[in-house]
Write a protein of this length. Structure first.
Length: 305
């Protein structure tokens, strides 16, 4: 199934690469989140992959922490990869290549760690991409990723939908669909990862006006790339109506408008015999009531009248 036009995604990212440093606050925040998670894992990773590296935000965040010795950076957009090359000075080797998350150019079992920072939401076949990532990991290798979740830009989606219905008598996809955190853990299991964990947090950014948000999204390379979206430029009156509706629905007392970004964090391990296994049902040797320091109450016997 083709949801996104990957050529459009590449074009948007290439265009944004030159000035991304002035608009990359979301990517820097995601990089810090991943670096903090990685710092809690007490092991070294001789060779790691940053999949969807943008201009090197994660490489800079990993300086001096995370146990990464060499970080290979990879991005769909050649201009992004070129800007990322050498992003982390001071000992962390950071070669960079242009490559597609939907067709990874790496051998099976190549990496001890695969990281992805706010990039996998542009993949058409996320389960397939996760399978490729798992294959690229060595046994007991770690996958750690941040991606935008289903509540991302919910305010903008509503305002654009209402404006387009009113101005153009129809509706087309204006904001990309995002993964639901409730499904994320299942996707990891489906891809063959062990010990999968998925959790989410929401970052709310305040803007003086909706136009500033839309300009930021374009400058980040996050413009609409849905394959079924209407071709050509959005009508001026539609954008103006969307901005008015956004303000009417969501502006605070100071006149500023919020933009929600839900960050879903995925953690999974490539299977290995050394990993912990769940115990068989009925094999417990202690009582839950004792562990909770409470009184165990038996269920009523339904067989008795």
């Amino acid at each position: 199934m083709t949801v996104f036009n990957r050529q459009t995604v590449r074009r948007h990212r290439n265009r944004a690469a030159t000035t991304l440093g002035a608009h990359d606050f979301l990517f820097r925040d995601g990089a810090e989140r991943l670096a903090d998670r990685l710092a809690d894992i007490k092991r070294t990773f001789p060779l790691a992959l940053d999949l969807g590296c943008h201009t090197g935000q994660l490489a800079r965040a990993l300086q001096g922490r995370g146990g990464v010795e060499t970080l290979v950076q990879c991005d769909l957009a050649p201009a992004m990869a070129a800007k990322a090359r050498g992003a982390a000075a001071g000992g962390l080797g950071t070669p960079a290549v242009a490559g597609d998350e939907e067709a990874l150019p790496f051998a099976d079992g190549a990496f001890d760690l695969v990281l992805s920072n706010l990039s996998l939401h542009w993949v058409n076949d996320l389960p397939g991409a996760l399978i490729q990532i798992r294959r690229a990991l060595k046994p007991d290798g770690l996958f750690l990723a941040a991606l935008f979740g289903g509540d991302t830009l919910k305010e903008l989606r509503q305002a654009l939908a209402e404006a387009e219905i009113a101005e153009e008598d129809g509706l087309s996809p204006r904001v990309s669909p995002f993964a639901d955190v409730r499904d994320a853990g299942g996707l990891l299991l489906r891809a063959g990862f062990a010990l999968p964990v998925a959790d989410a947090d929401t970052l709310t950014v305040s803007y003086a006006e909706p136009a500033k948000l839309m300009a930021d999204l374009r400058a980040m390379g996050e413009s609409n790339a849905v394959a079924l979206s209407r071709k050509g430029f959005t009508r001026r009156q539609t954008l103006a109506a969307a901005a008015r509706r956004y303000t009417e629905l969501f502006a605070g007392g100071d006149g500023r408008v919020p933009a929600s970004f839900q960050i879903v964090t995925l953690t999974g391990w490539a299977p290995d015999p050394s990993q912990q296994k769940p115990l068989k049902p009925g094999s417990a040797t202690g009582r839950l009531a004792r562990a909770l320091d409470t009184v165990e109450m038996p269920l009523p016997d339904k067989a008795k009248p």
